[in-house]
Design a protein around this ligand. Structure first.
Ligand SMILES: Nc1ncnc2c1ncn2[C@@H]1O[C@H](COP(=O)(O)OP(=O)(O)OP(=O)(O)O)[C@@H](O)[C@H]1O
Ligand SMILES: [Mg+2]
Length: 147
């Protein structure tokens, strides 16, 4: 699918957010600066608003690797694994060892190989115009036919 603007990315993030439940996992792939963090920011801010919580900053976890957001019903863990070099570093993070019920949103997830039952992969690509993006979805479990 092609999205023409940030507004459309925002709408899409709401559609994903409304389906989000405990244990769900979202993988965001695509080149540097394509919009992975922006998507995540829209999604988290939308849920904060929807639940009557304070809308917070959602910064890129490039250096921290992880930022966490406590919503009323859900905990969201937003990872950026760009800086991880190997499986050892990945295992040290323990993404799937603790916080079993949390939603995980993961940028640069390529080191992760374990199967995940309910996972939505969103692949973003640049398109012709600066404000356009191409999006592809690949889902497992409840996300299988997400469009
Ligand atoms: N339609 C669009 N969708 C997403 N981002 C857009 C769009 N149009 C413009 N942008 C801009 O592109 C930039 C995307 O940056 P963002 O930090 O979200 O990328 P990223 O994929 O997380 O990069 P990184 O790999 O470095 O983490 C933002 O400045 C955003 O405003
Ligand atoms: Mg990012």
């Amino acid at each position: 699918m092609i999205i023409k603007s940030l507004d459309q990315l925002n709408s899409l993030s709401k559609k994903v957010a409304d389906k989000l439940k405990e244990k769900d996992c979202i993988f965001l792939t695509g080149d540097i600066g394509v919009g992975k963090t922006t998507f995540t920011r829209y999604l988290i801010n939308y849920l904060q608003k929807k639940e009557g919580l304070k809308v917070t900053e959602v910064l890129s976890p490039t250096f921290n690797l992880l930022y966490e957001y406590d919503l009323k019903k859900l905990k969201i863990m937003h990872y950026d694994l760009y800086r991880l070099k190997n499986d050892k570093e990945l295992n040290n993070l323990g993404i799937f060892q603790e916080n079993g019920n949390a939603v995980k949103i993961i940028e640069w997830p390529s080191l992760i190989k374990n199967p995940i039952s309910d996972k939505l992969e969103i692949h973003l690509d640049y398109a012709k115009h600066e404000s356009e993006r191409k999006l592809k979805f690949l889902g497992t479990g409840k996300w299988k036919n997400f469009e």
